[in-house]
Structure formats: C-alpha cells, structure tokens
Write a protein that binds this ligand. Structure first.
Ligand code: PA5
Length: 444
C-alpha cells in the first residue's frame, strides 16, 4: 500500500481505541456481509474486481475518440456525477492541467451550478475549437445538468449540425430509467451506465468518472489497479491492521469527544478538489438524523493564513486529518543570494518539498498543542494508482463510520428539500400547492 495512516497525535488514551473496537468491527462486518441499512447500494465494494470489462474497454475507446475529435471535453454533472472526475484530474495533472495539456483534452466541468456567467466563460474558453460533451446524471432528471446540457447541445448542433453533434455527445446515466436515458435513446448518443447499486458519491470509478478522467489523459487501468490494491488491503478483518477501520474508529471517537468538525487538510494544491470530493462523501453520507461530523477541507499552507487562527485558537470543536504527499513530482531548490536582503539565506539550498514538510510538521505540533488532534494519511506520491487507492480508503472507512454512528450512509434524503422549493418557485407542474406559501415567506 502506498497509503500510511498515523494517529499518534490523536490525543487518545489506549483504552479509548479499545472502547470503539467492538463497534468498528461490527460495522465492518455489516459492510462486508452486506447486511446493514442501504446494503443494496454496496456495488462499489467489489467494483475493482467485478467491473464491467466490456464497458471499461468502450470507455477507453470513447476517450480516444474524444481526444481525436476535440480539444475540449465539457463534462456536465453535479455532486457525485462530477466531483470524483474533477478531483482525479487535478490530483494527477495538477491545478493547471488544462493549461499544460501534457496529455488528453482539456476538461471543463459544467452543470454543477446555475450561473450563466460560468457557462458563458466555458463558451469563451472553447471559442472556435472543437469540443465534445459528456452529460452525466444517474437519475437523468437533475435540474443543473439538464439546463447546462440544453445549452451545450444547442452550441454543438449549431456548430456541427444535428448529426455531427450526435457523434460528440456521450451520455452516462441509468441503464433504463430517467429523462436522459430517454433522450439518449431518441437522439442516438453513445451511452454508459451508472450501475443500479452504486450511488452518486461512490460512482467516480464507474463510467461516471472514468470517461472524463480517461479523456483528460488519466491512466484508468492504473486507477483501477490502485483501487484493487486498497480493496484487498481494507478487506482485512483485523482491527489493528486495517487502516480504513482504524480511521473510522478514530473519527467516531473524535465525535464522541465533542470534536464535531473534521478538517481534511492537504499541503498540495493538486488536492484541493479531492477535498471537495471528500466533503461530499462525508457530508452526504453521515449528515443525517441530527448526526455526523461536519467535513471541511483546507489547502495548507494557503489556509493557515485564513482559517489557521481559528484552528489554533478558536472553539475547540475540531480535529484535522492531514493528507501528506511524500514525493514532489518536480523538485525546486531555494536559490542562494549572498546579499540576503530578504533574510531567507537560512533556507537557501533547501527543496520546497522539504520546507513544505517542516511547515506540515510544525503546524501539526502547534495545532495539537492548541487542542486540535491530528490524524495523518500519507501518500507516497500523486499518481493515477494512488488516486484509486485513496478513493477506496475513504469509501470503505466512511461506510464503517456511517454504521458506527447509526445512519444509512448510502442515501441522501436531505438533498431533496431545496429541489422541491426551487421547483415550486419556478412553477414546475405538480408543485403548484407549495408556491404561494413559499412566496409569502419570501415577502412577495
Ligand atoms: O451522491 C449523490 O447521490 C448526489 O450527489 C448525486 O450524485 C447528485 O445529486 C447528482 O445526481 P444525478 O447523477 O442523478 O444527476
């Protein structure tokens, strides 16, 4: 495994871990035996072993076709239908992957908000260049991607004609249900399937994430290999030898001790979107029935100059999980300057990676001293393989911790509330009864 988990700065006494152990083991068994709430949504559990090889080959072929026909891919989706792919691409290609274009097409993500300025900016970025679209929605009825798809489909048809557009549209959706499936069949788009037993936030290693990742130049064979390695490692029923189970137990203990906020802190800007993916995974899975840790993500050292003050000294409601990457992909040394006007000569000759490490270690000790316990997840490097491993580590651990706090980690009933109000305010048929009451509350 290229992931190591360290909890020596969790501030726990030995008996506390023992206290959580039986609950963690029971939750682990409920996941493995597929007998807990929502167990019908555990299709991701053995995904790296039993994924659809025929569809996987089609994904790779489609990615090559996209690369041959376009400079840009617009991936349209929201929540679990976009976060994993975006996290993966930035994890491997870095935050400037689209500008550097070392491999694959530029990938832009749309349909994850309702901002017209955002969509217009993507139109501007595409300009006269060739582009393709991957529209991704498991339900096929989500408003944000549906609006964006209409806009990009119109652009495609205006540029290439209906027939030409058809060969540039790839739809990833349910195998039988939903408006997007109907549209794809009617229009003749190439389609990929979101498996029935995999929910949105567990879907990034199905066609949902794999097609945009492959088109953007990621090696999805390596992603699946990394995922398989984690799948085998975290299948281990031995509590002390299974880091996913240990991490779940530690998160549970933090919650029991009143640490209600978990900050996933990384020291690589390439992990910023991974933090967004993690937030959705944790919040949508655990935040229900008045329970759960509130997940926050932070990019250090940047955010040490914003939320660092609070972490050090504010309400003692939080703990940190630090994501640390051992190797820098490309190293830089601080240059010598004998004049030393900036007073930085003490660091001359050091690598930025080494300075980053000292910042991480110094911050960890300061935050622990300030009353913010730290857990550390170390990766040897950022690669396609380690992305697959890390995704599975968090999936497995979250499934266990969700059962430990007594929720169904695989549903998301709370996401519906805003949609109903929005539909009523927009005048969608079927929501007429709600409209006037909502408008009265808004002061109309
Ligand atoms: O994790 C989830 O289930 C959600 O975040 C969904 O992925 C999100 O709401 C998008 O749903 P859909 O793919 O049906 O458009």
């Amino acid at each position: 495994m290229s992931i190591q988990f360290n909890y020596q700065n969790a501030g726990l006494r030995a008996h506390e871990l023992e206290y959580a152990r039986p609950l963690a083991e029971a939750a682990f068994c409920a996941v493995e035996d597929r007998c807990g709430p929502g167990h019908e949504m555990l299709g991701w559990l053995d995904l790296p072993r039993d994924y659809d090889a025929e569809e996987f080959a089609r994904i790779k072929a489609a990615a090559q076709r996209i690369q041959a026909q376009s400079e840009v891919l617009v991936a349209i989706g929201i929540g679990g239908s976009y976060l994993g792919a975006r996290a993966g691409l930035e994890f491997v290609k870095g935050p400037f992957g689209n500008q550097l274009r070392e491999k694959g097409v530029e990938v832009y993500f749309a349909g994850n908000n309702l901002s017209s300025d955002y969509v217009q900016s993507i139109f501007d970025i595409i300009g006269d260049r060739d582009f393709s679209v991957n529209v991704i929605s498991k339900s096929g009825t989500t408003t944000e991607p549906a609006v964006a798809f209409r806009l990009f489909k119109e652009k495609l048809e205006a540029k290439y004609g209906k027939e030409g557009a058809r060969s540039r549209i790839y739809a990833t959706t349910d195998k039988a249900r939903g408006a997007l499936r109907g549209l794809a069949v009617t229009e003749g788009y190439e389609t990929f399937v979101v498996p029935d037993d995999i929910g949105g936030r567990f879907s990034c290693l199905s066609a949902v994430g794999l097609l945009p990742m492959a088109a953007g130049g990621m090696n999805i064979d390596q992603v699946m290999r990394g995922c398989l390695s984690a799948c085998s490692a975290y299948h281990n029923p031995n509590f002390m030898q299974n880091d996913a189970m240990l991490y779940a137990a530690l998160r549970y203990l933090m919650l029991m001790k009143g640490k209600q906020v978990e900050i996933l802190a990384s020291y690589e800007p390439a992990l910023t979107m991974f933090g967004e993916w993690y937030k959705q995974l944790m919040a949508e899975s655990e935040g229900k029935e008045g329970k759960g840790l509130f997940p926050v993500s932070a990019s250090f050292t940047t955010d040490l100059h914003s939320i660092g003050q609070f972490i050090q000294d504010g309400s003692r409601i939080l703990f940190e999980t630090v994501l640390w990457v051992e190797e820098a992909q490309r190293e830089l040394l601080v240059p010598h300057d004998p004049a030393n006007v900036d007073g930085l000569e003490f660091a001359a000759g050091l690598s930025m990676r080494d300075i980053n490490e000292k910042a991480m270690k110094g911050t960890l000790l300061a935050h622990v001293d300030g009353g913010a316990p730290n857990l550390v997840v170390t990766l040897n490097r950022l690669s396609d393989y380690t992305f697959g491993e890390l995704v599975y580590f968090f999936w497995k651990s979250l499934a266990i911790s969700g059962y430990m706090i007594g929720v169904n980690p695989f549903d998301q009933p709370g996401v519906e509330a805003y949609k109903k109000n929005m539909f009523a305010l927009l005048g969608k048929p079927g929501y007429e009864d709600m409209k006037s009451a909502l408008e009265a509350r808004l002061g109309k």
